[in-house]
Design a protein around this ligand. Structure first.
Ligand code: SF4
Length: 66
């Protein structure tokens, strides 16, 4: 499973970074980016947290694929 961030929707407050600190960090402007680059692969042990982040994102900027 992979996560996609739609930065055109994101408000940059960072809730998803707090929920998935293992996978996400802030860029220079405070927006979330994958720690490993633009491909954000979700390991099985973080799938539940990824679903929570997607559901709780206030602007529906997160989507999960695969
Ligand atoms: S929770 Fe959503 S709006 Fe907030 S920083 Fe993450 S992607 Fe952006």
């Amino acid at each position: 499973m992979r996560m996609h961030i739609d930065w055109t929707r994101c408000d940059g407050r960072g809730l998803c970074i707090e929920l998935l600190p293992e996978l996400l960090t802030r860029d220079d402007w405070g927006y979330p980016v994958g720690r490993g680059g633009s491909e954000i692969a979700i390991p099985q042990n973080l799938e539940s947290a990824a679903h929570d982040a997607r559901a709780l994102c206030p602007t529906q900027a997160l989507s999960l694929h695969g």
